[in-house]
Write a protein that binds this ligand. Structure first.
Ligand SMILES: Cc1ncc(COP(=O)(O)O)c(CN[C@@H]2CONC2=O)c1O
Length: 404
């Protein structure tokens, strides 16, 4: 069990007031808050060992390089990657996905098919559309049902020898649905397709084991797991990373440059051109350490209780409908109130210190499916409490009275 008061004391921002009221932060799906140890680690890097990495012979450069590569090793262990060089630092999930689609531009041909799910975030739709436009490949969609669950029988039918890539989120940012990715990975491999898992909304809640999953790519952002913005990870199986061409040209990613020809560096450097976000990469390791110290069992227990309590309390509200009622869900509740635009609720409860997300959540196809303009999304993290949910429910009831 979590000592919730001790945990909350780790996060300075949680004692902030917003509009004169205690902050109730329920927008963790957008970005998580940062514990003091992560905040301090950023300053410590710049105060003590800041230097450019991988090339310097001087002590500071060596210390910074060692810290950066030690962080890569921490993340390798965290996701159980076979090799550290299969763990690439990126600026986030979007960057990671674009790196992969850029690589497939030299592989896909007209007639090839890319399967994408109906519940993806735009950053796992648009790069694949751009790739299909570039290569003449065809994008096909794995449908979902009214509960916001992908229909596996339809997925099976869509798979064929034309399928070259499947791309799907581990967990939906708008619905909270946990997808059956192990099944989807195995079925993709049966037809010889590669599969990318968008783990942006999964890593705050669970530790993915990429070898057990056997996925070809797994991407996530550091800012959702208590890490700095502008950081992320692309895991790729060595065989695939060796097959894909570099994403960006420049320093660090080369072996030898002549005007006649340039040869590229080995993994991971081939995909890490230029000076990286050194502090961010190092501190992402600090964030991963913090999450592991809290313990994912404790995180899952706390968030399960918040999801159950939040669902029960919200359904007490007249005219409230929840979107995303999958059997397997994380602590995300998307909902609307009959006759009221989500934006109006969001702006009113913000005046009472409550931060939720309203709108399409960069998942417009989901909103189109449900024929709604958007939702109010409350996304809970392990540092939230049932008392905060009570504050939100009372605030929504007040807003409903004002707006009706
Ligand atoms: C499932 C999913 N994939 C990809 C992304 C893109 O991540 P980056 O922006 O870090 O590249 C997000 C961001 N989540 C959005 C961000 O704000 N609210 C959300 O739900 C996401 O939830």
């Amino acid at each position: 069990m979590l000592d919730i008061n001790k945990i909350r004391a780790d996060f300075p921002i949680l004692s902030q007031k917003v509009n004169g009221k205690p902050l109730v932060y329920f927008d963790n799906g957008a970005t998580s808050q940062k514990p003091q140890v992560v905040i301090d680690a950023i300053s410590k890097y710049y105060q003590e060992i800041n230097a450019n990495i991988h090339r310097g012979v001087h002590t500071l450069s060596q210390l910074a390089t060692d810290a950066y590569e030690a962080s890569r090793g921490k993340i390798q262990n965290h996701i159980n990657a076979k090799f550290a060089y299969e763990v690439l630092f990126t600026s986030g999930t979007t960057h990671g996905i674009n790196l992969v689609t850029n690589g497939f531009a030299s592989i896909l041909r007209p007639g090839d098919e890319v399967l994408v799910s109906a519940m993806e975030h735009h950053s796992n739709i648009v790069p694949w559309q751009m790739l299909c436009e570039k290569t003449g490949a065809t994008l096909r969609v794995i449908p979902m049902n009214e509960d916001g669950e992908l229909i596996m029988s339809e997925y099976d039918k869509l798979l064929s020898d034309k399928t070259k890539v499947v791309t799907v989120n581990h967990i939906s940012n708008a619905l909270g649905t946990v997808n059956p990715i192990k099944y989807m990975i195995d079925k993709a491999h049966e037809v010889g397709a590669a599969i990318l898992i968008d783990g942006a909304q999964a890593v705050p809640h669970l530790k993915p084991d990429v070898q057990e999953l056997d996925c070809d790519f797994y991407v996530f952002s550091g800012h959702k797991i208590c890490g700095p913005t502008g950081t992320g990870i692309l895991y790729g199986k060595e065989a695939w990373l060796n097959k894909l061409p570099p994403y960006q040209g420049g320093g660090e990613m080369i072996k030898e440059v002549t005007f006649e020809k340039t040869t590229y560096a080995e993994l991971p450097h081939k995909f890490e051109a230029g000076t990286p976000n050194i502090a961010g990469g190092i501190v992402l390791g600090t964030a991963v350490d913090y999450m592991n110290e809290v313990g994912f069992d404790n995180i899952q227990q706390q968030e399960k209780e918040l999801l159950e309590y939040g669902t029960k309390r919200l359904l007490e509200i007249e005219g409230l409908k929840i979107f995303g009622t999958a059997k397997e869900k994380t602590s995300v509740i998307s909902f609307n109130i009959e006759g009221i635009h989500p934006y109006d609720i969001g702006t009113i409860i913000d005046k009472l210190g409550i931060a939720v997300r309203t709108g399409h959540h960069c998942a417009q196809p989901i909103m189109d499916f449900f024929k709604i303009p958007g939702t109010i999304r409350a996304s809970f993290a392990f540092y939230n409490t049932k008392e905060e949910i009570d504050v939100m429910v009372e605030a929504i009831k007040k807003a409903q009275l004002m707006l009706s």
